[in-house]
Ligand binder design. Structure first.
Ligand SMILES: NC(=O)c1ccc[n+]([C@@H]2O[C@H](COP(=O)([O-])OP(=O)(O)OC[C@H]3O[C@@H](n4cnc5c(N)ncnc54)[C@H](OP(=O)(O)O)[C@@H]3O)[C@@H](O)[C@H]2O)c1
Length: 326
């Protein structure tokens, strides 16, 4: 594994982190979830990305992570980073959703209980809810750090127009924004226009989620929608109508470039993200140890020639490939 300093901080993240959004919930195979976490850990993945609502059922990914941690990894707490977030719908009533101080503080307490951890390494505001003043949300993050419940804080999916305000409030309180988490992949390039540069200018690290476009940037959908794939599952976030002929055809062409580089398509898709030096880490998801292992080997070739990049751009220039939903 290679590690990289996160923005202007002294904290290093693995270039590949593991996310527990899908496949680690109570509906999933616990032995498989355990095997993936242990495989990640044994291969230097020191960073595990959670959120209060990951499951299904919501909360169960944190509970399962806590159980796996307790059984296998508890002696390694100081060698790893565990992140969680609050801001999406989690419990009934007006306080279980959004970016209020009430929601963030209560969520953080609940997440610590579920995981059995004493603190999170990184705690995020999962989203801007469109209503809560960012002053209120950022103050909740600052207080979570002051209470010893998190070491660092981050923001996720905040619109570019609000990013600077978040960074300024956190910096003024001497709890700088360690990291900014946004979707980024060959099929979702929205952050290229402003978000990533605003983060870099402020010394915030940058971590990308859904780097494989939830599986579209793998070989999985080249021959239709397989059973048990995220698109096929009722609990999967990827919808069947997002598996468009254009995206499948682009994946087929990208796979040919990857093969010329001696890589699989997901390996090239991850390496392509990490080509940008402002990016600290990519958070991959996986449903098996085999997938995860394949993805970790992206690090074997992170170099692109100008010709590789130009060939990739030709394929990606079709705007119909882009998905900005998450
Ligand atoms: N901040 C936020 O709002 C936010 C939002 C979304 C995600 N995230 C974070 O980002 C993490 C990653 O997101 P993601 O799961 O969407 O990432 P992703 O890496 O784009 O997609 C993962 C899915 O792709 C498929 N896959 C992965 N490797 C494969 C391989 N080598 N071959 C074939 N298929 C492969 C698997 O799908 P199948 O299940 O079909 O096998 C896997 O579940 C999440 O777990 C979460 O921690 C954060």
């Amino acid at each position: 594994m290679e590690y990289k300093f996160c923005g202007n901080s002294g904290l290093q993240l693995p270039k590949i982190s593991l996310g527990l959004w899908h496949n680690f919930g109570s509906v999933d195979d616990f032995e498989n979830a355990t095997a993936m976490i242990l495989h990640a850990w044994e291969n230097g993945v020191t960073h595990f990305d959670l959120a209060n609502n990951y499951g299904p059922i919501p909360g169960s990914a944190e509970t399962n992570f806590g159980r796996i941690f307790k059984e296998h990894l508890s002696s390694h707490r100081d060698e790893m980073l565990v992140s969680s977030k609050a801001g999406h719908d989690m419990w009934p009533g007006p306080y279980g959703d959004g970016s209020s101080r009430k929601n963030l503080i209560a969520s953080c307490n609940q997440s610590l209980k579920r995981t059995g951890l004493e603190y999170f390494d990184i705690f995020y505001s999962h989203r801007y809810d469109g209503v809560t003043p960012v002053e209120e949300t950022m103050q909740a993050l600052i207080d979570i750090v002051h209470q010893g419940k998190a070491l660092y804080v981050g923001i996720s999916k905040y619109p570019p127009a609000l990013q600077q305000k978040c960074y300024d409030i956190l910096a003024d309180a001497h709890v700088p924004c360690l990291i900014s988490q946004y979707p980024y992949s060959m099929f979702n390039r929205q952050i290229e226009t402003d978000t990533i540069e605003i983060a870099a200018k402020n010394g915030s690290g940058f971590i990308c989620f859904s780097p494989l476009a939830q599986g579209l940037l793998t070989e999985k959908y080249l021959k239709g929608i397989p059973q048990n794939s995220r698109a096929a599952k009722s609990t999967g976030f990827l919808q069947v109508d997002e598996v468009t002929p254009e995206r499948v055809e682009a994946a087929r062409k990208l796979k040919e470039i990857a093969e010329k580089r001696g890589q699989t398509l997901p390996q090239m898709a991850l390496a392509w993200i990490l080509r940008d030096k402002r990016i600290t880490s990519v958070i991959v998801g996986a449903s098996s140890v085999k997938q995860l292992d394949n993805n970790l080997h992206a690090l074997d070739n992170l170099t692109f020639t100008d010709d590789d990049l130009a060939e990739i751009e030709v394929i990606l220039k079709d705007p119909a490939l882009q998905m900005h939903k998450v």
